[in-house]
Design a protein around this ligand. Structure first.
Ligand code: PEP
Ligand code: MG
Length: 577
């Protein structure tokens, strides 16, 4: 049995498919015959040459579009791709371990990263992102040169890999994937969020999973307990037969809730929206009768393109989503890059800590060539659909005002071209940076609505990286400091008369619903698969009791005490009468 962190609940049973991931594509790891080694060498040489040529072209293109200093990064990466040591190490591994070149390259890059990340020198540590980037690029080239159908996922296979970038997840035929096991990431990583929104059981942070599990192994993935059984005994299989039957019964029990309103026991309606990243999960949001989309993460649509999608391409995909939901509201968030959200065609300057570097609106404001086409596409959608625009990673008032200035310019351009749009398109701000949370009242007056992004807010308040599994014990959404801050943001929204919707993952846990209602939240946006359980918790709550619970929780000194309070009968549990 291997242990990790359960990041998407449910049980998956099936055959392992161990893959190596590039930027947007993946290939199986497999054993080879000694006679195949020469063919693998030729493939590696061709991929290294193609990656070097791509980098040179990118250096030129980015130099022209974004300036020479942004382009320098690709010069350094070209040198890394041409490093004979890298080539030699990969080929040695192919020969000695008799594995395909994709598997060998992944292992070598992983080894480099482990060495770099262990060095206290900050300059070297900053290079880790470059090494990872180079590895992905060469892998992508290797995989894509094989043709688009190089990865066929057998129905129900359990995909095992080192790290699953959101861009790869978005392209995997996820409806065929039974479950996911990854070495990196934790509950609040973007691929985990995507797995939850698609209802695919997943475990992250399983050390050396892609080496310890082999393609063809029989696996049981328990996404709740965070364990994976490799070639389990019949007794374990029997235990999971029973557990799966219970889970199915639990789901059926909730299905009657689809048609019932989201309303507390004492009659307060609590809008329940869906968090969505791609067209596929709009279908489950519709099936569970979401009141609308409270958070549409646009970065996934960017990550399935090989280059920036044009305004028209963006318009088409956004309009399709808005049409499916019409006349319900869709909140489209502007491209939120930075942290672990990267695009192979958009260079991020090296940063010691990507979560504290250029991100969200700050990055967009530096790149009007990226911001403007997206705003134009969104405004065109707003002409016929109730679309709102949400700003990611807002730190303060200036950023909102600067975006509004660009919005006005874009509106003037569209008007001059005779293109229709909603001149009063609602503009909202994510509250996910502590400064924004602390000045929520002032920000609320500046915008039409607020969205509480607890995934980032928790990492910034507690100084605990949401992507780093080693710091996961300190990433505590129930920390009394976090709860106090959430309570104060809810108060600020009420006093400014603005809607505040929680769209962070914390809002999707039904064990937190009562506490969040007690802290003053009156609108939830959660993964489609979590909607019914949250609705059930809302319908079981009386607001007076919820307020008492919240008041007691914020007075406590530790997460353990808050958890104990939520676990008490009559406290975290549903009202008895
Ligand atoms: C958040 O930070 O809570 C959020 C909803 O945004 P994301 O998870 O996409 O960063
Ligand atoms: Mg966020």
């Amino acid at each position: 049995m291997l242990r990790g962190t359960g990041v998407s609940p449910g049980v998956a049973r099936g055959t392992a498919l161990v893959i190596a991931c590039g930027y947007r594509s993946a290939a199986p790891r497999r054993s080879i015959q000694p006679s195949e080694a020469e063919g693998e060498r030729l493939r590696l040489d061709a991929a290294l040459a193609a990656a070097a040529a791509q980098l040179a072209a990118l250096q030129e293109d980015v130099g022209e579009r974004l300036g020479p200093s942004q382009a320098e990064i690709f010069g350094a990466q070209t040198l890394a791709v041409q490093d004979p040591e890298l080539r030699e190490r990969v080929l040695r591994r192919v020969r000695e371990k008799r594995i395909n070149v994709e598997a060998a390259l992944s292992e070598v890059i992983d080894e480099y990263l482990r060495i770099i990340e262990a060095v206290p020198d900050t300059y070297l540590r900053e290079r880790a992102a470059d090494v990872r980037d180079v590895g992905r690029r060469v892998l992508s080239t290797l995989i894509e040169r094989r043709g688009p159908s190089s990865l066929v996922i057998p129905a129900g296979a359990i995909v095992v890999t080192e790290e699953l970038l959101p861009s790869v997840t978005a392209r995997l035929e996820l409806d065929r994937v039974g479950g996911l096991v990854t070495e990196r990431g934790h509950r609040f990583s973007h691929s985990s969020i995507l797995a939850r929104s698609l209802g695919t059981p997943a475990i992250a942070g399983v050390p050396e999973a892609s080496v310890r599990i082999r393609t063809g192994d029989r696996l049981i993935v328990d996404g709740l307990a965070g364990v994976v059984f490799v070639n389990p005994e019949p007794s374990v299989e029997g235990e999971y037969d029973r557990l799966e039957a219970e889970l199915r019964a639990g789901k059926e029990e909730l299905s009657h809730l689809v048609e019932l309103p989201s309303v507390t026991r004492d009659g307060t309606t609590v809008p329940l929206y869906a968090n969505v990243s791609q067209l596929a999960d709009t279908e489950s949001a519709l099936r569970f009768e979401a009141d609308g989309i409270g958070l549409y993460r646009t970065e996934f649509a960017f990550s399935i393109h090989p280059a920036f999608p044009t305004e028209d391409e963006q318009y088409e995909s956004l309009a399709r989503v808005a049409e499916r939901f019409h006349p319900r509201r869709v909140v489209f968030r502007l491209l939120d890059l930075g942290g672990d959200k990267v695009l192979p065609y958009f260079p991020m300057p090296p940063a010691r800590n990507p979560s504290l570097a250029q991100r969200g609106v700050r990055l967009l404001l530096r790149h009007p060539d990226v911001l403007k086409p997206q705003l134009r596409a969104l405004l065109r959608v707003s002409a016929v659909h109730p679309a709102s625009i949400l700003l990611p990673v807002v730190g303060g008032l200036e950023e909102v005002r600067e975006i509004r200035d660009v919005l006005r310019q874009v509106q003037a351009e569209l008007a001059a071209e005779g293109r229709p749009f909603n001149p009063d398109v609602p503009l909202g701000a994510m509250i996910e940076v502590p400064s924004a949370a602390l000045m929520a009242r002032t920000l609320a007056r500046e915008v039409a609505f607020l969205s509480l992004g607890t995934n980032d807010l928790v990492q910034y308040v507690l100084a605990a990286d949401r992507e780093d599994e080693s710091i996961a014990p300190y990433y505590q959404p129930l920390h009394p400091g976090v709860l106090r801050l959430i309570g104060s943001v809810a108060d600020a929204a009420v006093s400014a008369g603005r809607e505040l919707t929680i769209c962070g993952e914390m809002g999707g846990d039904p064990l937190h619903t009562r506490l969040l209602l007690g802290l003053g939240l009156r609108s939830f946006s959660v993964a489609p698969g979590e909607m019914l359980a949250v609705k059930s918790a809302i319908r079981e709550t009386r607001l007076d009791d919820a307020r008492d619970l919240a008041q007691r929780a914020v007075e406590l000194g530790s997460v353990a005490e808050v958890e104990a309070l939520l676990g008490e009968r009559g406290a975290g549990a549903p009202d008895a009468s």
